[in-house]
Write a protein of this length. Sequence first.
Length: 410
Amino acid sequence: MYYPKNYLLLLFGFGVSSLGNWIYLIALNLAVWNLTHSPAAVAGLYLVGPIARILCSFFAGSIIDRSNKKQILIWSDIVRGIIVCVMPFLSSIWLIYTLILLANMANSFFGPSSTYMITKIVEEKDRKRFNAINSILSSGSFMIGPALGGAIIAFSNTSIAMWMNGITFFICALAISFLPNVETTESTTKQLITLKMLRTDFRQVLQFSRDNRILQTFFIVFSLALTITFALDSQEMTFLKDHLLVSDTVYGIVVSVAGIGAILGGGAAAIYVKKISLVSYIGVGFSLTLLSYLIFYMSQNIVIAILSFIALGFFMAFCNTGYATLYQSSIPPEIMGRFGSILNLLQGILQIVFTLAIGLIAEWYSVQAITSIFAFCALLLSIYLYIHLLKHKLYFQSEEEKQFIHTENI
């Protein structure tokens, strides 16, 4: 039995790391801009992450599933902390890109391992609320991080901001070191990773997907819609600056209000865990999130844009909470690393394709028209996903919901 203190250690470690990530993002954008004065160089930062996920997806899952996840989390944080602390000393943009690639590769090991730790440490009856609180902390980091990063840079420089981010990674590693070891002997058996093993692992995940067609359809449709939103995010600043003609200050406000909505949504998601089904958390939350995207890109004035961003953040908190809970409940822990890596491969490819497609088409036609069309397509996918969830409602119910229904019938 794991005590709540382990929940707090997880939340604290992940929360501090998330806060540091936002400080780092602001500092890194400014550092690259000051070094190159090139919009293309700054934009390149946003392609490094998907490229790293694609590269790691071929082998990271096999390593994760055969290693101690607690140690992976600790070393991933240490490696990222060292990389970030070294970054201010570099003057070559290509060397900076290389280190960012390595940091994102370390993050590819961190993500699936953290999901495994949550699955093992947080009891199923507590997961929905835990994920909602974790969402609040992530949203709070989104709110506080950029402002804190800007303040640090204003009173010092980008180097100090990056070093502070490095410290947050070390703090996260320290918090995780106090967590219990949740591994079985079989899951940490030392084996040489070979091409034959990688092919076998890939087939095993594909076989799991074929055996669970309902779940497979969910992840494919969800990934399609989600990666369209990632691609739309790349046009967010262009839409606000070119179409709504907002100032830099107003742009910062618009981005921040999404964080306010997400904090409120995370709080509501934590409160209503007993009253709203998992299917509604995902289906309704995702559909309303994408409706908010569509309203944002169809807006003709800044007031509508701000209101839609608040709604976007609010409903996204429900969707993220539901998705995380479903993932932790439906994917067997012994293949969680491999499944997550292959899912990252799919999402990374889709994100690059949609980002390039929207960016290129927006060069030829109206940014508002193109983003609205893609947002509408994503909304249709989310509605189809909700219908799929309702059609297979019994399949997607959490164990707690099944037990509740069983008790009610008795």
